[in-house]
Write a protein that binds this ligand. Structure first.
Ligand SMILES: [Zn+2]
Length: 79
């Protein structure tokens, strides 16, 4: 089955800055497979819908990627 793939292309900043923040939204929660909830039991042992603990019932997740750019002082020399 086809699957959408998200890739980050790294480009050093062209402005004066060392930090970047990328927010990637719309990722289906894999923990609940996009359902947003699971079947659980309440105090009377009745079936109840329990929100997914990972996406909290939102069905989707977002990723916040923080990138810090630093001078490459520790570049290993190839022999
Ligand atoms: Zn979930």
């Amino acid at each position: 089955m086809s699957k959408e793939r998200k890739v980050i292309e790294l480009n050093p900043p062209s402005y004066k800055g060392t930090h970047e923040r990328i927010v990637s939204q719309g990722h289906e929660c894999e923990y609940c497979h996009g359902n947003g909830w699971f079947w659980g039991r309440d105090a009377n042992w009745e079936s109840v819908k329990v929100p997914c603990p990972i996406c909290q019932g939102k069905k989707e997740m977002k990723a916040i990627i923080e990138i810090t750019w630093l001078p490459d002082n520790e570049k290993t020399t190839k022999k």
